[in-house]
Design a protein around this ligand. Structure first.
Ligand code: UGA
Ligand code: MN
Length: 306
């Protein structure tokens, strides 16, 4: 009797095991997230966001809003292409592209449509009197980005986890930078490479606090930091509705300080990038392109957007 039972058990065992394995595979498949919805290029005033699939780990991540001023010039599309190639790899990044122009250009409009990431396309021209060497650039464009952000969020209930940073179109950004800035509580800072006449500038950190600045240029700046060297939480942007970039009295290199002193203090800054000892963004500047041999009148048989 015992041996009969045992042989039955042995006969059934492989089948039971197969059923267990199949069930297990099925249940481990179930919670896999759907492919993330991307590529929704959204025009000027914004639109409804697609509902986030449930159980998506990145759904809890604060959105990173990158405000990029940009202006028409021969290298513009190349710069935007480099930037989009970086941003496309960052989860939950919303690109606010602000053209320095009286109207949206066809080039940027087409580019945004094919960029493959959530994007808001704004425009505002810099008044002619401010388009002079030695004057701060992109003041009106960054303010337009801030205004859009505030308007979009004023009717939504808190908390709206989000982080803002100013991403000029010619800099070089590592993917690690976005991981660092994502945890910004109020205002975070980090080193910037190739700026201020040195290989890098950085906030000097002692016991986890910023106590000074390593810089070779205008060390008297209250925040001796480039635009690419800090991020601000959305909450801080919303709770300081008057904080903007100012034209009046603003000197070259002081835009960052003038803005930051409206929203924070040096003591409050949160050092990122391993206590500000790693360079994760570079203030690269693209060489002016040589168009010496460009014909005066269109000679080619086709018209190509460059
Ligand atoms: C440095 C800082 O890195 C900038 O953040 C700061 O705005 C600038 O100085 C300044 O002096 O205001 P720099 O490399 O000299 O940057 O400036 P650009 O890269 O030429 O311009 C900064 C941003 O403004 C870029 O995204 C650029 O596309 C945009 N820009 C520039 C305009 O929208 N309109 C312009 O006429 C010029
Ligand atoms: Mn630049």
């Amino acid at each position: 009797m015992k041996s009969l039972l045992f042989s039955r058990f042995l006969l059934l065992l492989p089948w039971v095991l197969i059923v267990i394995i199949v069930l297990d595979i099925d249940s481990s498949r179930a919670p896999l997230p759907a492919l993330s919805p991307r590529g929704a290029a959204e025009g000027g005033s914004g639109g409804a966001r697609p509902p986030a699939p449930r159980r998506r780990p990145e759904a809890a991540l604060p959105t990173i809003y990158a405000i990029t001023p940009t202006y028409s010039r021969p290298v513009q599309k190349a710069e935007l292409t480099r930037l989009a190639n970086t941003f496309r790899q960052v989860s939950r990044l919303h690109w606010i592209l602000v053209e320095d122009a009286a109207a949206r250009s066809e080039l940027v409009t087409r580019f945004v449509a094919g960029a493959g990431l959530p994007c808001t396309h704004l425009h505002v021209p810099t008044p002619r009197r401010y388009k002079r060497p030695g004057l701060p650039r992109a003041t009106e464009q960054r303010n337009a980005g801030l205004a859009w952000l505030r308007q979009r969020h004023q009717h939504l209930p808190p908390p709206q986890p989000g982080v803002l940073f100013f991403a000029d179109d010619d800099n070089t950004y590592s993917l690690e930078l976005f991981q660092e800035m994502r945890t910004t509580r109020k205002v975070s800072v980090w080193p910037v490479g190739l700026v201020g006449g040195r290989r890098y500038e950085r906030p000097v950190v002692e016991n986890g606090k910023v106590v000074g600045w390593y810089t070779g240029w205008r060390a008297d700046r209250p925040f001796a930091i480039d635009m690419a060297g800090f991020a601000v939480s959305l909450q801080v942007i919303l709770s300081h509705p008057k904080a903007v970039f100012k034209r009046r009295g603003s000197q070259p290199g002081m835009q960052e300080s003038d803005f930051l002193k409206q929203i924070t203090t040096v003591e409050e800054l949160e050092p990122k990038a391993n206590n500000c000892t790693k360079v994760l963004v570079w203030h690269t500047r693209t060489e002016k392109v040589n168009l010496a041999n460009e014909p005066k009148y269109h000679l080619d048989t086709v018209n190509i957007e460059v």
